[in-house]
Design a protein around this ligand. Structure first.
Ligand code: PRP
Length: 184
């Protein structure tokens, strides 16, 4: 785990440290893709990414899957522009795909309190998919407030404020290629 302060240059004074480098992320994505391939190859799965945070992970993950699949996005929000979850999840933009009878894989960037994915899994379950599984790049179990079963976990992370590789703080830092954390 590196502890390098990167000079900001992104109009924020938050000091950030690399937690997971882009090289490590690539290895994790490859491992996840291999496990998902074993289970979902030949099932033409529907991958559903949760926006905005999952957009980079989804794009890397699908390019590592060499079988027929479809993808869609749903935009959920519970954090607004702060660091604390509001506790209630809003569907900001719904799905276009038909879920009944499909093998669905939810693709999430980070499971923190679990409130966002718990909401989405319940929402999808009501649509009667053939199967429903969850893949998250990052898991922060120390913050869990609702139980969540994760089928594919990339890495477990400590209770730090994580940014980068799609994940934001007040909409900043999503474009960082490494996963970083902000100083408290
Ligand atoms: C973040 C993150 C996850 C969720 C995890 O999304 O991308 O979707 O919070 O937190 P939880 O497990 O405590 O619910 P956010 O609501 O900030 O929206 P965003 O993806 O647009 O950044």
């Amino acid at each position: 785990m590196l502890k390098t302060i990167i000079s900001s240059g992104m109009d924020s004074s938050d000091a950030r440290h690399v937690l997971i480098s882009r090289g490590e992320i690539a290895s994790v994505v490859a491992r996840l893709a291999s496990a998902i391939s074993r289970d979902l190859r030949d099932k033409n799965p529907l991958l559903i990414g949760i926006l905005k945070g999952s957009f980079i992970f989804m794009s890397d993950l699908v390019r590592a899957l060499d079988f027929s699949l479809e993808l869609d996005f749903i935009r959920l929000s519970s954090y607004g522009r702060g660091r604390q979850t509001s506790g209630s999840v809003r569907v900001v933009q719904g799905l276009r795909s038909e879920v009944p009878g499909r093998h669905v894989l939810v693709v999430e960037d980070i499971v923190d309190t679990g409130i966002t994915v718990a909401f989405l899994l319940e929402y999808l379950k009501k649509k009667k998919p053939a199967s429903l599984a969850l893949c998250t790049l990052l898991d922060k179990p120390s913050r869990r407030r609702v139980p969540v079963t994760i089928d594919y976990t990339g890495m477990t992370v400590p209770d730090k404020f994580i940014v980068g590789y799609g994940i934001d703080c007040d909409e900043k830092f999503r474009n960082l290629p490494d996963i970083c954390y902000l100083e408290d």
